[in-house]
Design a protein around this ligand. Structure first.
Ligand SMILES: [Zn+2]
Length: 221
């Protein structure tokens, strides 16, 4: 990918309106039963999402990672085994990210563009060392705390506006059960469910962390 600023005018990606775009993201998978269930839901509603996958699960379930991409969804890097980057140091963080990039490439033939650090934690030095854009979120469904589909649905519907990145997890049955209603209700409000790359118009840069379509900050800030 080449950023617009380096391209002749005629070849630039036109700017997109994000007021009716929303990016659903699902962390901590792939899960052997729940992720395929979620993929069916996405397909049924012609929606796409981004899956921030854990490397050790990708190497266990490479077929599921391939199915994620085959459905037109995107895969991002969520570390090898979910440590807190703030407490393991730069060398270990780079190793976690590199090992997971490799696992995703071996499973799918595609390198992930983005990293989402576990718990959203990453230091400025680690961000510089990783050299991939960091994707955070603007809406936390708190699904990991609720483990309750109705509460997940209410939280997401209460908080979501155009340009948002919504955080959910495809390792909890309640979250996957909430997905059809969340998708239907967002679509009823006129939102299109797109991947992170589509929301950011493929213009994300390393060294920055993105919270939504128009909210990005230096890593570590
Ligand atoms: Zn996580």
């Amino acid at each position: 990918k080449v950023l617009n600023r380096y391209l002749p005018k005629a070849n630039r990606t036109s700017t997109i309106k994000t007021s009716k775009l929303v990016a659903l993201t699902f962390d901590d998978g792939p899960d052997s039963t729940l992720t395929p269930r979620l993929l069916k839901t996405l397909k049924k509603y012609h929606a796409h999402a981004t899956f921030f996958e854990v490397g050790q699960s990708v190497s266990r379930y490479p077929k599921i990672s391939r199915a994620v991409l085959a459905g037109g969804n995107e895969i991002g890097n969520h570390s090898w085994n979910h440590p807190n980057f703030n407490s393991i140091g730069t060398a270990q963080t780079v190793s976690q990210v590199t090992r997971t990039n490799r696992a995703i490439y071996q499973a799918t033939g595609t390198l992930p563009q983005y990293v989402r650090p576990p718990y959203g934690n990453i230091t400025a030095a680690e961000g510089r060392a990783i050299e991939q854009p960091i994707i955070r979120w603007s809406v936390d469904s708190r699904d990991w705390a609720y483990l309750n589909s109705s509460k997940d649905i209410n939280e997401v519907m209460h908080d979501t506006h155009g340009g948002d990145i919504i955080l959910m997890h495809d390792i909890h049955a309640q979250s996957v059960a909430a997905a059809p209603t969340i998708i239907k209700r967002l679509q009823a409000k006129g939102y299109k469910l797109v991947t992170v790359s589509q929301l950011l118009n493929s213009q994300a840069l390393p060294g920055l962390q993105y919270f939504g379509a128009h909210d990005y900050r230096t890593v570590g800030k």
